[in-house]
Design a protein around this ligand. Structure first.
Ligand code: NAD
Length: 473
């Protein structure tokens, strides 16, 4: 295993690792062992002020495209070298199985990062519309506030397009999984960017996050996290008319229509729901099955779930690690405990303790989940799948659209045409058609309370530009 510094006493401000204004720290706990493994600084408003001031000084609205490309390439190179170490840290700090950390948790961010480099080649920095010259300019100082579930990915999805667009950044990661983010920022530091382009401030979420959201020198707040906090960030940022992008929660539907390849749809659906222990905002946590094939689908589920072994995240065969934190563990168990009272029937999993230590939860499937029940409506963020039967396609659509969320989902049908026709009616930002594979360059983001704006690829990069029109004589 590589050596890691899990006791972080400095913040990254103005190109240097600096001592924060307070000596307080926030402990980081390994959710597999429940042991404290390190800490990060509990930054203050003074640290945010210093970071924002550095980002403001570093911001050059006339930065050349060549310089943006140089910065982006240098960061991607430095990050790539550190990925094996970052994968270990992610497993340590948030419990993702090592095989998930070495693949989805680190390789997807690399693909996403390269996607921004490719997108940068496609951007018309100036274009003509009639007698106007329309310019894309870097938006300014970006506050990037990120969650713990895919700690590197979330940061890459914001910091890299910001760099590509010519913006400067103050990054505030989650306190549950901040250690991998320090390793990412070390890579940024090694990449030799000018001081102040990327700054890192850790600290109490509400205190630092809200201060960034109201800060007069922040131009754009890009937030990923819960709908509750995202709505607060949007409200605060609105006071000073800042731009906000919000990537929030989900309760996505895997809709299996009559005539679909049931075995494939169910197996892929189970895998999707349990990826990263269900701590995936785009997880298909509701499986919608036609009544005519309901019992068959439940049989396939029962046969499939045992493959999702829960346990030691360092075991390469483990598919599901612990919940990332004690709080998350309690939240997920609460959903499992309450579901039967709403009529849901436990098919597999449940409340049984998996290990004496660690926040482990068995992959859990409930059948007969009522669309309007708590489990049919609310995001669990754990390994809990709700199976919901439907009578016909109209009812399937009504259920698919019947939550406050609209982030992701899937449609399976006898043919792509049928699936696409259904997908067009689902109010959600991204849908996989008959098992279509993940595309890191495709825009990602939410309808309804799943968010505002898009991330990834060209559309994600576009969020970081201000648009200026010059009317020519
Ligand atoms: P969270 O909302 O609790 O925290 C997200 C970030 O906001 C953290 O950095 C946190 O410290 C900070 N924060 C906390 N209170 C704040 C406040 N009052 N003002 C500003 N910032 C504040 O979310 P989480 O628990 O870290 O992550 C889980 C949630 O994130 C889930 O709901 C999940 O669906 C969502 N999520 C969405 C996406 C997406 O892309 N749509 C991706 C991952 C996670």
């Amino acid at each position: 295993m590589s050596t890691h510094d899990y006791h972080r006493n400095t913040l990254h401000i103005d190109g240097r690792w600096v001592t924060p204004s307070s000596a307080e720290v926030i402990e980081v706990v390994d959710p597999a062992t429940e042991q404290v493994i390190g800490h990060v600084p509990a930054g203050t408003e003074a640290d945010v002020d210093a970071a924002v001031a550095a980002a403001r000084r570093a911001f050059d609205p006339l930065i050349s495209v060549e310089e943006r490309k140089r910065r982006l390439a240098a960061v991607i190179d430095a990050m790539e070298k550190r990925l094996p170490g970052i994968a270990e840290t992610i497993t340590r700090e948030m419990g993702a199985p090592i095989r998930v950390s070495q693949t989805v948790q680190t390789q997807v961010p690399l693909a996403v990062a390269r996607g921004f480099a490719a997108a940068l080649e496609e951007i018309p920095f100036s274009e003509r519309i009639g007698n106007s010259l329309v310019l894309r300019e870097p938006y300014g100082v970006v506050a990037a506030i990120t969650p713990w579930n895919y700690p590197l990915y979330q940061v890459v999805a914001k910091v890299l397009p910001a760099i590509a667009a010519g913006c400067t950044v103050v990054l505030k990661p989650s306190n549950i999984a901040p250690l991998s983010v320090f390793e990412f920022v070390e890579a940024v530091h090694e990449a030799g960017l000018p001081p102040g382009v990327v700054n890192l401030v850790t600290g109490p979420g509400a205190r630092i996050g809200e201060y960034l959201s109201v800060h007069p020198d922040v131009d754009f707040v890009s937030f990923t996290g819960s709908t509750e906090v995202g709505s607060r960030v949007g409200e605060l940022a609105g006071r000073s008319v800042k731009k906000v992008a919000l990537e929030l929660g989900g309760k996505s539907a895997n809709v299996i229509l009559e005539g679909a390849d049931l075995a494939a749809a169910v197996k892929v659906g189970v895998g999707n729901a349990f990826l990263n222990g269900g701590q995936t905002c785009m997880a298909w946590t509701r499986m919608l099955v036609p009544l005519s094939r309901y019992s068959e689908a439940l049989e396939i589920i029962e046969a499939t779930v045992p493959k999702y072994t829960v346990g030691d995240p360092w075991d390469p065969d483990t598919r599901i690690g612990p919940s990332a934190s004690a709080a998350q563990y309690e939240t997920v168990l609460g959903f499992i405990e309450r579901a039967p009272a709403d009529g849901a029937r436990l098919v597999t999993g449940g409340l049984g303790r998996i290990r004496d230590t660690g926040y482990f939860i068995a992959p859990t499937v409930f059948a007969d989940v009522l669309p309007d029940s708590e489990l049919g409506q609310q995001e669990v963020f754990g390994p809990v799948l709700a199976v919901i039967p439907f009578r016909d396609t109209d009812e399937a659509l009504e259920i698919a659209n019947g939550t406050d969320y609209g982030l992701s989902g899937a449609v399976w049908a006898a043919d792509d045409e049928t699936a696409i026709a259904f997908a067009r009616q689902v109010r959600t930002g991204q849908l996989d058609i008959n098992g279509g594979r993940y595309n890191p360059a495709a825009p990602f983001g939410g309808y309804k309370k799943s968010g505002v704006g898009r991330e990834l690829g060209r559309f994600g990069l576009e969020e970081f530009f201000q648009i200026k029109s010059l009317q020519l004589s």
